[in-house]
Design a protein around this ligand. Sequence first.
Ligand code: MCN
Length: 795
Amino acid sequence: MTAVDDRPATEIGSSRKRKEDQRLITGRTKWTDNIQLQGMLHLAMVRSPFAHAKITAIDTSAAAAAPGVSAVMTGEDVKDIQGSLPNAWPITADQKAPPHPSIAVDRVAFAGEIVAVVVARSARAARDAAELVDVDYDELPAALDLKESAEDTVLAHPDLGTNKSAFWQFDSADAGTGTAVDDAIATARDGGIVIEREYRQQRLIPAFMEPRSFVCDPTGEQITIWSSTQVPHFVRIFTAATLGIPESKVRVIAPDVGGGFGGKLQYTPEEVIVTLAARKTGKPVKYTETRSESLLSAHHGRDQWQRLTLAATKDGTVTGLKVDLLADMGAYLGLVTSGVPILGAFMFNAIYKFPAYQFNCTNVFTNKTWTDAYRGAGRPEATFAIERLMDELAAEVGVDPLEIREKNWIKHEEFPFTSVCGLEYDSGNYEAATARAKDLFDYDGLRREQQERRDRKDRVQLGIGVSTFTEMCGLAPSRVLGSLSYAAGGWEHAEVRMLPTGKVEVVTGASAHGQGHETAWSQIVADRLGIPFDDIEVLHGDTQVAPRGLDTYGSRSLVVGGQALVMAADRVIEKAKPIAAHMLEASVDDIEFSGGTFKVKGTDNGKAMAEVVWAAFTAHDLPEGTEPTLDAEATFDPSNFSFPHGTHLCATEVDTETGAVKIRSYVSVDDIGNIINPLIVEGQMHGGIVQGIAQALWEEAVYDDQGTLVSGSFVDYTLPTSADTISFVTDNTVSPATSNDLGAKGVGEAGCIASTPAVVNSIVDAVRPLGINDIQMPCTPERVWRAIQSAGSQQ
Ligand code: MCN
């Protein structure tokens, strides 16, 4: 127990250790795979080894006769039940989307697609029997290369007649938010600077720690689903819609969830199948994917080609940016597949204030695993492009990369600032974050060392990478989502329940899966209501307990869900005031609330919150007409996004003989407004920075010419370990957000948005004197070495 005197002066801002970690790290929690139910059956999937093929025959007889098998299901059995989301986000009215059966019916469109399902008494029996399912395929040509697929060379879905799902454009001249980009480019070609580049965002895999796992129990009045999901509320809605039953008959529980990073923001075929199998057998059914299945068939992320044209004056003032994007959807559209590039569309201008911008995006189907949200979703791609271009512009003008950025960024006194995309950046201070980062990094000292190494022609060169980023998060104002045709809103819900003993239950619609909400939400309520931190319990992730909510993604939970919580807590105070006034024999207008006590203004005469709660509970002596409960709820729909920003600096040593890259130091100074819990925030930054570094240096989902995922295990998909990383220096500056009472901005994605360009910029900076201005990600030693060799052979 924390002694009262040991309590921090305010909970908000204190580095409380996460209360959820006790059960997580001592194994005293239940993950979905730990759920055991009476008579439970287990499920195994038969997946296509081919990227594109006709299914000509399926023989399930041997599997059905195998020991312990209760049922075998094929696409024919479930073809009338569409559990998929082919048009959840129609970014255009004519968006094309193939039907996405939970189990393939007569054709498979990616290697890993489910073709049959075996339900058996044990997971082992199901897996053994699945091997007996005999499927005949006629292989079809597969659309694999993104650029070729955009030309319709081979069709991923022949019935669609094209691989193009949709074309989406934003043009600042048409939107009235700026001028025409082609004019800016034409002017720049005539006496200014035009930088044209093509960058590749390789395909990545979210690679969460806990593989996806689902349990469905159909035996009660309600269907109960346990799911390792980020979005229990969405799963409930889609399950009800798929089965044609009321939501009240579906309960979805997301117990502790071991990470998601956007990869569990989905309603998957696997979830549909578990539910259908449970309904068919009348028994609880569990499915937990293997790591290989997870890498193969849980959705992937990124995968874009970006063609960029930046226009500037001779002195390096940016005058326009044109972006032509090809985005790989993979074989199907999931919940936000089509919208991921659009989330990036509003961020290519980043912290800069150029007047002309055009974004052209073509979404393309291929015969690969479908893509969807992966930490940052759209914003890392945009940030990478503009931050790489700013370095190219600095090199062209012949000035330091920070100088070119400062020349173009929005100045502190210019906030609030409406960007060329029409977004209103409410607050920020790029000067302060950059100055602090330069200091912590010893920017000038490292630049000197770099020059010395260059002069000495050292084998190991030093590179300095800069990334001054911003992002829009806190998804999202519902009207904005509506204007982009997204199917859902962006509000969040919270409830504060005042228990008779003076303790508090908080119910939130956010669904944490590693972010530490139980701790941060307790800190917010503790301060707001003057209740001890340990007396607050946060309930979430169960649609029976928290029926209203829109879950966790897009770094939204604090700035949207936290604000709903503040509003609910304030309503508790407002409800309590007349009772306190009655108890204190004073007028309501004379009552003030602070530090957990209602006081008559200007006196010491007061009542503690706990006393008022008890009075409300017993209801023996309440003012006439008073409701005998102080519980309150609130729903908050934000009026704006939140715009965290920061300056990340990376120093890299590049061995010019082997291509080996070693990160020497990394400093991040982030402005995420007011901070609720600095320890959680530091953890979020560390995790995000490593994920971004991993994109720059190591991770890539690689397919062979047949469309087989080659990097299908952690041996080949090089997820970093702590041994691969260094200690970061992280710090913060504070420009409070104006869109919520906490003054907070989101942090969950910031690290991975900022770090990728910081690292790649540092590598290119190290080898630029050799005549290199780009290295494709991941910058493996081989790629770096090849770039050095080919630059050398051209000199
Ligand atoms: N926080 C804070 N002060 C701030 C901002 C945030 O104390 N000014 C705290 C919040 O209270 C919360 C945490 O930081 O405990 C993250 O808050 P927020 O930025 O609101 O992000 P969300 O809670 O909505 O989480 C989503 C975000 C996303 S989009 C991805 S992807 C991601 C991430 O969080 N996936 C994660 N972080 C992850 N962390 C873990 N462990 N696992 C994942 O899958």
